[in-house]
Design a protein. Sequence first.
Length: 278
Amino acid sequence: MASNIVSVNWLSENLKNPQVVILDATMKKMPNGEPIATPKLKIAGARAFNFDTEICDHQTMLPHMLPSGEQFELAVRKLGINQDSIVVCYDAMGIFSAPRAWWMFKIFGHAKVVVLDGGLPSWIAAGFSTNNDYKPAENTGNFKSRFNREMVVSMEQVFGLINDETSQVIDARSLGRFNGTEPEPRTGLSGGHIPNSSCLPFTELLQDGLFKSKPELAKVFSEVVKKESNRLVFSCGSGVTASVLALVADEIGYQRLAVYDGSWSEWGANKNLPTASS
């Protein structure tokens, strides 16, 4: 795909393309465990992609961590996804959790995956067709997982990058959470941020529920990314909005990108790790 982002008009024009598979990647729970109230409507033909409680690592207490390659492969094959499928991810909040699904497909080797700009709200606003239920897959897909280990980093790896001037950790949380002046939505977490990391709230990339233009996105990133940085690692609360930054960075041409999967849910809970604040 030439771009990581498609418009609602593009999707409407390609609904009958047999290669297109639409996935609803709306998160199921808030950080405090409360269910997320979202519209019951679905984009016509969409299938459920539940990375929050199903397609995730069930052996950890951390939220929605990456599953194994085998688990991911089996799950997306059940969704009817093939090696040549064009996977379109969206969420009911607009632009929030769909990039997490994009990143997961990228990390497991699928090139043809995009995010719907504006998500379900923009689709509904445009008057395009919706359903009350998901569309089950007609056949099992032939998707093959090929793990790209360069796109994800562990807590230990991030700790090793703290004083590496050629790598930069960029945090997608709000400035208040980054500085430790706002409470964390998850209990038991310290306030503040990873030492030597930078703050770029994912909301700075959006305008009126859509991604800003490429030149605007490039400008936002240029004001945060240090000249000496040749590798960018994105963090947030639990690896979801960090994926928004990863998607945009890829879109505007940055290379050597990774997401810290555990993010602040892991770092902020470990009292043995250093933290910084305002």
